[in-house]
Structure formats: structure tokens, C-alpha cells
Design a protein around this ligand. Structure first.
Ligand SMILES: *Cc1c(COP(=O)(O)O)cnc(C)c1O
Length: 547
């Protein structure tokens, strides 16, 4: 870490070196590789880049394909000394070759000022593929390099463990299947994930993929994962890795589609010129997807504002309205096990089960990253140097998160902090009833079938267009294919006579999926039992490889 902050800031604009630090300040000067393989920082914080690079020539990227654009964006965050450009290109090209749409993430025109960014054309039909296809290849790249010249048990073998209530598990499995030197264990609560989601996980027969059906709730699965990471025996015998949305590489991969869709809009709309402002609306749970938009904006993409669209689990919406970040207290009878996933903290007393389960969270883990930038901006007003500001920001974030842990809330934050947050973001809360209404209305008017998460986004988008000038273009992110959430879609469209789910929605990939051969191990809700099971299966896997 440089000692002279002012000098350092100058230097950064002239080199492509990029280092990472933790939001809590005690872990810094980390390489991209460390950040990706570790996931969570050693002080409990999340990794962020030491500086946000400026994309000064972003307009020249207009005609690039998705993978070529990804190469430009990611090169600004990964030093060529760490991954040579030609290697990065190969990793990216491999990652997006699995997408069905030629544009990777196509932009669909809905109305004069509303466009839908379809992010679900990857292997598991949800937006998480955009990041996890990349992360899987990145893990493999780093491991192959670490293991050069090593044989047998000397090899660095990564064991990824994760808990899921649906989307993350299948996207992680498809990202890691068949990868060298990686085993993946995904735990899900028995009988509590949808049949399609379960089949997507258990029908992957690659030897390095292990599905554990745990006799418990999603929270129990999450607790087992946490216990594994904190356990001496597990850490002695396994090299553990994480794929939940706290991994920086996932945010990085998601920055690309903000640029890509902006260019797609400019190409399809003669009145829209490069440099014009656009508004993005993002169905939000753990704040990972929308945080990528914040980075795009800070890099220089003309984003007027980012609109957070939450369901009834509205901790973020309440923060933007009050400046106080507070866990929800259950008003209704507690739901049995929150459906939150992906590193979110779920608690049966606070999480409400909604029709958009991938957004059912009590606390948004990636929000901590935004908090750091807000705290940094606030520290800057004291006119000290960069290093002092960074230290202040880390201390402020640590304090907020400590309050949250001990009292269930923090804030209200300083007015100036909330003001900065409002400059870049707005928020909307959408109920289940409004979600169903939006699916129905969009189908009736446009014959387009939205999944419930994307419908939360469109409901928020409509409110935004009503308040703003008609010429302000909106890009609303669509995070899942409607066939993944057939229950909500059929509920919304049950009165539409000509609507036929099998004909209009169901992709051929899903037909017969549930009847295919499956591999899954059942496990009791017992951490030690799961730990021994994981150790045994990794051992067998290594033996089968001749190690
Ligand atoms: C994970 C997920 C989200 C929420 O994304 P975050 O990055 O957690 O905000 C929204 N929709 C779907 C379908 C998802 O799988």
C-alpha cells in the first residue's frame, strides 16, 4: 500500500495495476487472485477495488460483441501481470460460449421508453449464469496455474461449499461442472426447492458435483456452510472456496451488461445518442446485480439513476426512505425458514416468503460495498489524504456492521451520506399483488411473459416513467426465465384463455428434465455429519483421479 495518498491517486491513473482492499479496512493490498479464491476478506469484510477505473474511451466500445466488451471492462480491474490479456480473452470466450442468445444478453423493446434486458439465456435460465460461468473458468485457470508441475495430493484442490434455495445452486453447479481441481457441494433443504430447480441440480452427473439434500430449512443449510468455514478440522483437511454473491468476480462480470445494453439501446433507437442519460431498474435482493450498475456509472457510463426494485422484503427501500438500515420484525406469523439464499442472512422471524423468492432476504450482503463508497465520500469532506479517507471509511463500515449485528439495525446515517446515496439511487417496493398484476398486464398489452422477479422490476419501472420526462429511457433488468417460476406465472395468467404455458413458455431443455437420471445424497441437519461426508467424497474423488 502506498504511504502517500495524493501521490498514489495520481499514479493510479497512469498504470493498470489494480489491488483490492476490504470494506472493513484490515485486509488490503490484495491481488485479484487472492480476492477470487478467498471470497470473504479475513477481517469479515468484502473486497473492493482500491480505485474505480475510468473508462475514458467507452464510446469506442459501441460495436464490440459481449465477450470483447467484457475483455475491455475486465481488463481495467485485472492487471495483465496477473492474467495476461490473451488468457483473459480465452476465459471470457469460453464462459459466454454456453449462452443461447447470439447477443448473450439481448435487449427487448417493450414500449417507447421501456426496454427489457434479458439476462437469462445461460445454462440455468437465470441471470446468475452471467457471473458464475465466468467464475468457474476463473477458478480453474488459477488452480491449473498453481498446480503446474505438482502431482497427486500436492495439488491445490478447491472444495466449494454452498447453500441454496434455488437459483444459486444450479448456476454454481453449471459453472463448476467438470472443472479440474475443484469439487462442488451444494446443500438444499429437502422438499423446499421447486421441482425444476432441484432437477437442474441433481441431473448434473459430473464426478466433481455433489448435491446434498439436507433434512432442514435453507437457514440450516446456510448454518452448515458457515460452520464449515469456521471449523478447524474442515480447514485442515480441505481448501474451502465460496461462490455466493460476496465474491468480487461475480460483481465484475455483471458490470459488462450495463455497457452492452446501453449500446444496444443506442443502436436500436435513432433518437438516442451516445452520451444520453439512461435509467436502469434492477430487481434486487442481495444488492449484487445493482452494485455492478453503480460501478458502471462510476466508470463513466451515463446512467441517470439506478432504481432498486424490492419485493416486500424491503430493508433497502426503507433505508433509502429513512437512512436507517433495520432488519424486519415479523408482523405476521413467522414463515417457516426464509427462502433467501446467496449469502444473505435469513431468519425465520423476519423474512417474508414472496412470489419472487430469489429476492427474499433480511439483509443485503453486497450493500456493505456501497456503504464503503458512501463512507469514503463523506470522509473526503475533511480534506485529508486518500489513505486517511480509506481508513475512516473502513472504520465507519465496521461500526455500522457491528451495530447491525448486535442491535439488528444501524443509523439513521448522516444526512450527507443519505444524500450521496440518493444522488445515484432511487427505490421502489412492489407487493406480490402488484407483481401478479404486472405479469398479467404485460401479457395482455404486449404478449410478453415476465417471471415474477422481472415483474417486480417492470412494476417499479412503470412508476418511474410516470414521474419522469417521457424521453428518459429506462432499461429494466430481467433476471429469470418465466419457466423457472411457473407457479407465479400460471397464477397471474390463469384467466387468459389462449395462454398455454407448455406452448408459450416452457423451453425444450426443461421437458423431461425431472425424469432424467439423478445423483443426490441425503444428509441429516448435522454439521459434523456433513463435514465427514464432504471429506469422504472429496477423498474418493481424488482417489478416482489416481491421487
Ligand atoms: C439472485 C436473483 C435476484 C437478486 O439479485 P441480487 O444480486 O441478489 O440483488 C433477482 N432475481 C433472480 C431471478 C435471482 O436469481
Amino acid at each position: 500500500m502506498a504511504t502517500n495518498g495524493v501521490h498514489n491517486a495520481k499514479e493510479e491513473t497512469h498504470t493498470t495495476s489494480q489491488r483490492y482492499l476490504s470494506t472493513r479496512g484490515d485486509d488490503y493490498d490484495c491481488s485479484f487472485e487472492e480476492v477470487v479464491l478467498k471470497g470473504l476478506a479475513s477481517d469479515g469484510g468484502l473486497y473492493i477495488p482500491e480505485h474505480i477505473p475510468q473508462a475514458s474511451s467507452w464510446q469506442s466500445w459501441k460495436d464490440l460483441s459481449f465477450p470483447d466488451l467484457a475483455l475491455e471492462v475486465m481488463s481495467l480491474y485485472i492487471s495483465p501481470a496477473e492474467i495476461p490479456r490473451s488468457d483473459l480473452k480465452k476465459i471470457i470466450d469460453t464462459s459466454y460460449s454456453t449462452f443461447r442468445a447470439p447477443e448473450t444478453t439481448p435487449l427487448v423493446h417493450l414500449t417507447d421508453n421501456i426496454h427489457l434486458l434479458e439476462l437469462f439465456h445461460g445454462p440455468t435460465f437465470a441471470f446468475k449464469d452471467v457471473a458464475l460461468q465466468f467464475l468457474g473458468n476463473l477458478f480453474e485457470y488459477f488452480l491449473v496455474r498453481k498446480n503446474e508441475g505438482k502431482t497427486g495430493r500436492d495439488r491445490h484442490h478447491l472444495t466449494v461449499v454452498g447453500a441454496t434455495s434455488g437459483d444459486t445452486g444450479s448456476a454454481a453447479i453449471y459453472g463448476l461442472r467438470g472443472k479440474k481441481d475443484v469439487s462442488v457441494f451444494i446443500m438444499f433443504p429437502t422438499g423446499r426447492v421447486s421441482p425444476v430447480q432441484e432437477a437442474q441440480m441433481t441431473t448434473v452427473l459430473d464426478k466433481n458435483v455433489h448435491c446434498l439434500s439436507v433434512d432442514g430449512t435453507f437457514d440450516d443449510c446456510q448454518d452448515i456452510v458457515k460452520a464449515m468455514f469456521g471449523d478447524e478440522d474442515a480447514n485442515k483437511n480441505l481448501k474451502l472456496g465460496a461462490v455466493n454473491s460476496i465474491n468480487w468476480a461475480r460483481i465484475l462480470a455483471q458490470i459488462v451488461y450495463y455497457f452492452h445494453s446501453y449500446f444496444a439501446l443506442a443502436k436500436s433507437n435513432a433518437e438516442f445518442k451516445l452520451g444520453d442519460q439512461v435509467r436502469f431498474v434492477v430487481p434486487t435482493g442481495n444488492f449484487g446485480d445493482i452494485l455492478a450498475g453503480y460501478f458502471a456509472k462510476r466508470m463513466g457510463l451515463p446512467i441517470e439513476r439506478l432504481v432498486i426494485a424490492t419485493n416486500e422484503n424491503d430493508i433497502l427501500d426503507r433505508f433509502w426512505k429513512t437512512g436507517k438500515y433495520e432488519k424486519q420484525v415479523a408482523k405476521e406469523p413467522a414463515t417457516v425458514g426464509g427462502l433467501a439464499e446467496d449469502g444473505a442472512q435469513a431468519h425465520p422471524d423476519g423474512v417474508k416468503e414472496t412470489l419472487s423468492p430469489a429476492m427474499d432476504i433480511l439483509v443485503s450482503s453486497n450493500f456493505e460495498r456501497l456503504l464503503w463508497f458512501l463512507a469514503y465520500e463523506f470522509a473526503e469532506t475533511a480534506k485529508m489524504d486518500t489513505e486517511w479517507n480509506k481508513k475512516q471509511a473502513g472504520q465507519e463500515v465496521s461500526k455500522w456492521l457491528k451495530d447491525l449485528k448486535t442491535t439488528g439495525s444501524f443509523g439513521p446515517v448522516y444526512q450527507d451520506v443519505l444524500k450521496s446515496a440518493k444522488r445515484d439511487f432511487e427505490s421502489e417496493r412492489v407487493t406480490d399483488e402488484q407483481t401478479l398484476e404486472t405479469i398479467k398486464d404485460t401479457y395482455q398489452k404486449l404478449k410478453y411473459v415476465l417471471d415474477p422477479h422481472s415483474a417486480v422490476g417492470i412494476a417499479a419501472t412503470q412508476r418511474s416513467t410516470e414521474r419522469n420526462d417521457k424521453s428518459l429511457q429506462h432499461i429494466s433488468l430481467s433476471t429469470a426465465h418465466p419457466a423457472k417460476f411457473s407457479g407465479a406465472v400460471e397464477m397471474a395468467l390463469k384467466e387468459e384463455k389462449e395462454f398455454d404455458f407448455a406452448k408459450q413458455v416452457l423451453p425444450t431443455e426443461f421437458i423431461g428434465l425431472e425424469q432424467q437420471e439423478k445423483r443426490v445424497t441425503t444428509a441429516p441437519n448435522d454439521f459434523k455429519h456433513v463435514r465427514e461426508l464432504v471429506k469422504k467424497q472429496v477423498d474418493e474423488e481424488l482417489k478416482a483421479l489416481g491421487y
